[in-house]
Design a protein around this ligand. Structure first.
Ligand SMILES: [Zn+2]
Length: 453
């Protein structure tokens, strides 16, 4: 991408000191707006003995408690009479959204049209940073529903002047690519892998399509699977991290972390006990705060909201693309992280081990893993099921060796237990659609911890 191609150049390239001053001004305004307009925050400040006037800058947010998805659920019907997070008059609510609700009642979110414009601004910046322009035509595989993702991308596309093909799922026919010649697809890594495979089975040469970039998001993934996807399609793959709560971070063409739109969403990274900030470069929990421009209104805002995702601030220096907004590591679901013998690992660690180069000659990339106790106290088994194009014709030993060496690479404590044989890794090779999760509903759970607590 040419340097100097931005959606909102002034704000995206602000010097750090000016950006921090803008953030502090918005923190003060947002805190006041919350105290005045949301019943939840009015009580929250009172109950915690906090005077909103005392919150002067972003570091002061450390003195406020954090809230979570649970807090939102506990302050909305049927638990309370009213939606206590609602921070505007019902007349001003343009749309009501919900999070996917994987754990209990979905959280209600209220957006004014101004909120939509700010959400779309974040995606538009991200798209432009990935080289999108009015010459692009993009297939949106993200679903159009109660979450904001696909709709936000659509408004962002309109603002950039690019074309939208709003399919809302990845299971589209190859004629879509042949007839409309889109230049990009937005979807999840695994859906785009499956799509490539299906198109290839239909005789379409993937590298001959009009697609020149892919945008992924929706779940975290290993760098190895991104590289594989990129090779399969022969195009760059850019990552995004978005949620109905209002995070919309995206990788630019430099692929060196996701830019956080810092003037619109403030992200702090806390230690695991959620007591203090961790240093840049250290892993911690992402805690976000909506930032409203002075004079702005919004349907619902979040202050110190625990995303339950872990991340790392990579840099607050100017990026190679010219943007100054900080860059973070692709966030991981904390719930998907398990601890074993003192080392943490996540689904992405399994995935990285699966997507080793030589493995991908015989593996489809689909996998599932289960962590189990054995009959011997202190012993643990990681059962890894791998889908092969043809289980009869795959180099099982080679794949197992590749997997084990990559999986143990950064986990010295787990490796020790592996070598003294109190930790075992067992493999099962299945044919196409032979994994357990195919018979279950919903998004596949690829790492399941079956150990007794
Ligand atoms: Zn950049």
């Amino acid at each position: 991408m040419l340097k100097g191609s931005y959606y909102s150049p002034e704000v995206e390239t602000l010097e750090r000191s000016d950006l921090d001053a803008l953030i502090d001004e918005r923190v003060r305004y947002t805190v006041h707006y919350a105290a005045e307009h949301s019943p939840f925050y009015r009580n929250w400040f009172r109950e915690n003995g906090i005077n909103p006037d005392d919150i002067r800058d972003h570091e002061d947010l450390l003195h406020l408690p954090t809230i979570s998805g649970k807090t939102i659920r506990e302050h909305q019907p049927p638990i309370t009479q009213e939606f206590e997070f609602l921070s505007t008059a019902w007349n001003d609510v343009f749309s009501i959204q919900e999070t996917s609700g994987t754990s209990g009642t979905p959280k209600g979110f209220f957006l004014t049209w101004d909120d939509w414009k700010r959400y779309a601004e974040k995606y538009a910046r991200s798209f432009v940073s990935q080289g999108f322009s009015n010459k692009d035509r993009i297939v949106v595989c993200a679903s159009y529903g109660m979450n904001v993702g696909a709709n936000t991308m659509t408004i962002a596309a309109r603002n950039i002047g690019m074309g939208i093909i709003p399919i809302g799922k990845c299971t589209f026919e190859s004629r879509i690519l042949k007839s409309y010649k889109p230049t990009a697809i937005v979807g999840s890594v695994f859906k785009l892998l499956r799509l490539a495979r299906r198109l290839a089975a239909e005789g379409l040469k993937i590298s001959d399509t009009s697609i020149d970039k892919l945008v992924v998001g929706g779940e975290s993934f290993a760098e190895e699977s991104r590289i594989y996807l990129s090779e399969l399609w022969g195009v760059p793959v850019y990552n995004t991290y978005g949620s109905t709560e209002g995070t919309m971070c995206g990788e630019c063409t430099q692929i060196s972390g996701l830019h956080v739109p810092e003037d619109l969403v403030h992200l702090d990274v806390y230690d695991p006990q959620v007591k203090s900030f961790v240093k840049d470069g250290e892993c911690g929990r992402g805690i976000l705060t909506t930032l409203l421009p002075v004079g702005g209104k919004c349907g619902m805002l979040l202050i110190n909201y625990d995303t339950e995702d872990t991340t790392v601030v990579l840099s607050r220096e100017r990026c190679g693309c010219g943007r100054t907004h900080m860059r973070i590591v692709n966030p991981q679901r904390e719930a998907e992280t398990v601890w074993l013998y003192g080392n943490p690992f996540s689904r992405s660690d399994i995935e990285a081990a699966v997507f080793q180069n030589q493995n991908m000659i015989s593996l489809t990339g689909e996998y599932e893993a289960f962590l189990q106790d054995t009959d011997v106290p202190g012993e643990t088994v990681l059962q890894v099921n791998l889908e092969c194009f043809d289980p009869e014709r795959c180099d099982r030993h080679g794949i197992e060796d590749q997997f084990v060496s990559r999986f143990l690479k950064f986990k010295p404590l787990i490796a020790e237990h592996y070598h003294d044989q109190s930790f075992h890794i067992k493999f099962k090779f299945t044919g196409p659609r032979g994994l357990d999760f195919y018979s279950l509903k919903g998004r596949p759970k690829r790492l399941v911890d079956h150990r007794e607590r």
